[in-house]
Design a protein around this ligand. Structure first.
Ligand code: SF4
Ligand code: SF4
Length: 351
């Protein structure tokens, strides 16, 4: 398993133009498979338009203590892109005035941003309904300075959403690195101790599952049952909901698909599993993604492909919710990952 980001390895896929070329050439260029645009046009859903904003997702940096095989951010310890306090201030102004009900902090490992705690403290004062922090769990155990995170999250009533690809050590470590499973279990226990994830607790703890190979996730409700049973029986761990997320064919997952010679089969699977009912609720229709340097994107995936919003409002410092509403969403073939089967978003299935 690689221990460096595509950027550090100077892989050709670190270039987002190269990724977009791959996604537009070959089987899509020669007509073997329909482009996403043509597919959604079949049901008159093109152009895809942004509706009222509900979720503001802020990426506070690409640095991470892990280098997971599938990471769509291409995050890792070698990534130095970190949101400054100045950009966080600009975000806070927007958080105070937004009509969005959900604030979603992500990374990399967001906790590694040196201003993370300050930002959470300030943002939590605004009283947004659902304040999510995406924590990879192992960060809580990575260093003494992070050990107090469960108490910190509790103090600010943060909703913790954490990746956990499987309830077994082998499958988890294969995707996320040696030792990740054991540290994740320890961190989950720490979160349970302060009240996170307990059946009648308001301290929300949700887990995110994504497949460890070139296949689509199975039924979310069934998997949640299996995860709950296994984690309770084996480790006495509890959590609230499981979100099943499809891996989108970008960044390190695209690299994996190509290296394992699964790219074309995977794209065929995504197109075959296309569900027109999922299109209306793909997350870009109610979400806006802010990058570490304050630029605006329709979603985290478009951010990682450097596809900015189709609007004259490009940066958080010029933010205008009304002007952003109704914009045409920027799409490419990676979008098939959001419309396969029951659909996929950062909050799990959508259809
Ligand atoms: S998937 Fe999450 S935990 Fe893994 S490298 Fe990417 S940002 Fe870090
Ligand atoms: S990848 Fe982004 S832009 Fe494409 S459908 Fe999914 S959320 Fe929308």
């Amino acid at each position: 398993m690689a221990t460096k980001s595509l950027h550090k390895r100077e892989s050709e896929l670190a270039n987002t133009q190269r990724q977009l070329q791959i996604l537009s050439n070959g089987i899509f260029l020669n007509g073997e498979l329909p482009t996403f645009k043509d597919k959604i046009a079949e049901t008159n859903q093109f152009p895809l338009k942004a509706k009222k904003l509900e979720v503001l997702q802020i990426n506070v940096g690409y640095m991470c203590n892990q280098v997971c095989e599938h990471c769509h951010v291409d995050a890792g310890p070698d990534r130095k892109e970190i949101m400054t306090r100045e950009t966080m201030q600009q975000c806070l102004e927007v958080i105070k005035n937004t009509g969005a009900h959900t604030l979603d902090l992500t990374g990399g490992a967001p906790e590694m941003n040196p201003n993370f705690k300050w930002f959470v403290e300030e943002a939590s004062k605004v009283g947004i309904k659902d304040f999510i922090v995406r924590s990879n769990l192992t960060i809580i155990k990575a260093n003494k300075k992070y050990n107090d995170l469960p108490d910190f999250f509790k103090k600010h009533n943060v909703h913790v959403v954490s990746s956990m690809p499987h309830w077994t050590r082998g499958k988890t470590d294969k995707q996320r690195g040696d030792g990740v499973f054991d540290k994740s279990i320890e961190a989950l226990k720490d979160l349970n101790v302060v009240g996170y994830g307990m059946p009648d607790s308001e301290l929300r703890l949700d887990l995110v599952y994504n497949p460890s190979g070139a296949f689509l996730p199975s039924d979310q409700a069934g998997m949640e049952k299996d995860f709950k049973k296994a984690l309770l029986e084996d480790f006495n761990i509890q959590f609230h909901n499981l979100f099943a997320i499809t891996n989108l064919p970008i960044s390190r997952f695209l690299d994996y698909l190509i290296a394992s010679e699964n790219y074309e089969d995977y794209m065929y699977n995504l197109v075959e599993a296309y569900n027109p009912a999922a299109v209306a609720n793909v997350m870009c229709t109610n979400t806006l993604s802010v990058s570490w340097d304050g630029f605006l994107y329709d979603c985290d995936f478009n951010q990682m492909l450097e596809l900015p919003v189709n609007s004259k409002i490009k940066h958080i410092s010029d933010y205008n919710e009304e002007l952003l509403e109704g914009r045409n969403i920027v799409i490419s073939q990676h979008c098939y990952g959001c419309t396969a089967g029951a659909g996929s978003s950062c909050q799990g299935t959508v259809a």
